[in-house]
Design a binder for this molecule. Structure first.
Ligand code: G
Ligand code: MN
Length: 393
């Protein structure tokens, strides 16, 4: 415990540990032993209780049993990783098996202890866990500070105020997506707008949300505002909604109260290729869950240069949207034309629809039609506007 005391004299508060175990006796024992060793201890008798506690009390380390009712230790670990990639987790089990050990490693458990628990070993592991957890937290804080360009408290407060006003005045503009063949309406993409002058374009609102850690709030507000006008949309028209990779981590998106779920069969969720989904560990299974609810998936901004041109296939989308940089001046660029033709024929083979985005001129429209793009969107047809804008064809 000397090392722990050193940490405390270095100005850290008492380290906080969460113990999750359905064995009442063991839980009480660990609570007493770790309290005596200088920890602030919270305890939970199952994974669900543990997630509730974690929702309001940040901890430095977690000691969790693997087999618990309701939510197992592995499921708990997965839920924790969805929110916090760094908090150290020590898993304990009475019946070790290879499968759960592998899963524990994959989800970044710090240590895997077998029962009966050797208290001295647990204490040693905990000292290291708390250290690592604190280093990770400091690193995260430093990154946030850098991202904010050294914004001081009052600047952050001002940004927060601007962001709140942006949320309060948020609305969605709708831009038509039409069939290349006959110009009939296929759907509308909902695009973020706000009446807040200090955050004058959607990028600024998104940036503020990112800095303030409010992406989830922004995503929820945007989805609600996108769904709302659809009851008055032309029959058959689909709704295209942009998802941030962060939104995939939001439990609300998967809940029955999610406003888009009620109209899921009319909704296409756009996932940008840029996000590459690197930071969402089980992106694939989350996408599968959304598809089960009836949502269709589109890969957005394809060709903006972030991933290989065929990487999108692994997301198994129903549609792909070609980035406007590929479309701009396509009639003058044989390479762009070749690329768009190739992607369109690959998609046709795979049974995917292709949307050409950002079409601004008649020439671009003619070429993307000739290349085999099924759908078009862009200023030539209509600018984004209050629902539902008319368009020219
Ligand atoms: O990343 P995403 O494809 O969701 O972005 C769509 C953005 O492109 C919106 O902000 C929309 O206003 C803009 N946009 C739509 N059509 C056009 C267009 O024809 N030209 C340009 N320059 N921008 C467009
Ligand atoms: Mn989009």
């Amino acid at each position: 415990m000397r090392e722990l005391q050193n940490d405390q004299t270095a100005g850290f508060a008492k380290p906080r540990v969460l113990v999750a175990d359905d064995d009442d006796e063991l839980r009480a024992f660990l609570r007493r032993a770790l309290t005596a060793a200088g920890y602030e201890v919270s305890s939970a008798s199952n994974g669900r209780e543990a997630t509730t506690i974690l929702g309001h009390t940040p901890v430095d380390a977690i000691v969790s049993d693997i087999s618990m009712p309701e939510l197992t230790g592995i499921e708990l670990l997965r839920a924790i990783r969805g929110r916090d990639p760094d908090v150290p987790v020590i898993l304990c089990t009475g019946s070790p098996d290879v499968e759960s050990a592998i899963e524990a490693v994959r989800l970044g458990a710090l240590h895997y202890l077998t029962k009966p628990i050797d208290l001295e070993e647990l204490k040693r592991v905990l000292v290291r866990a708390v250290r690592l957890g604190r280093i990770a937290r400091l690193k995260q804080e430093a990154l946030t500070l850098l991202a904010n360009g050294g914004l001081g408290g009052s600047d952050l407060l001002a940004l927060e105020t601007s962001f709140e006003r942006a949320l309060a005045s948020l609305w969605m503009a709708f831009q038509p997506i039409v069939r290349t063949q006959d110009g009939t309406i296929f759907g509308y993409e909902a695009l973020l707008r706000s009446g807040e002058p200090t955050l004058p374009h959607p990028g600024a609102v998104l940036d503020a949300a990112e800095r303030l850690g409010r992406l989830t709030d922004l995503g929820r507000a945007a989805r609600r505002a996108a769904a709302e006008p659809m009851s008055a949309a032309p029959a058959e028209a689909l709704l295209f909604v942009n998802l941030h990779s962060r939104d995939l981590l939001d439990a609300a998106l998967f809940s029955s109260e999610e406003p888009l779920t009620a109209i899921a069969s009319r909704v296409v969720l756009e996932i940008t290729e840029r996000a590459a989904l690197d930071d969402v560990d089980d992106a694939r299974s989350r996408m599968a869950q959304l598809r089960e609810r009836g949502f269709r998936i589109a890969v957005d901004d394809l060709g903006a240069g972030y991933a290989g041109l065929t990487s999108f296939v692994s997301l198994e989308p129903e549609l792909i949207k070609l980035d406007m940089t590929l479309i701009r001046g396509i009639e003058k660029h044989p390479m762009k034309r070749k690329l768009v033709s190739s992607v369109a024929s690959l998609c046709r083979e795979l049974g995917l629809l292709v949307v050409a985005e950002g079409v601004e001129t008649r020439e671009e429209l003619d070429v993307v039609s000739a290349c085999g793009c099924d759908l078009v969107q862009g200023y030539l047809i209509a600018k984004p506007g209050r629902p539902f804008p008319s368009y020219t064809w």
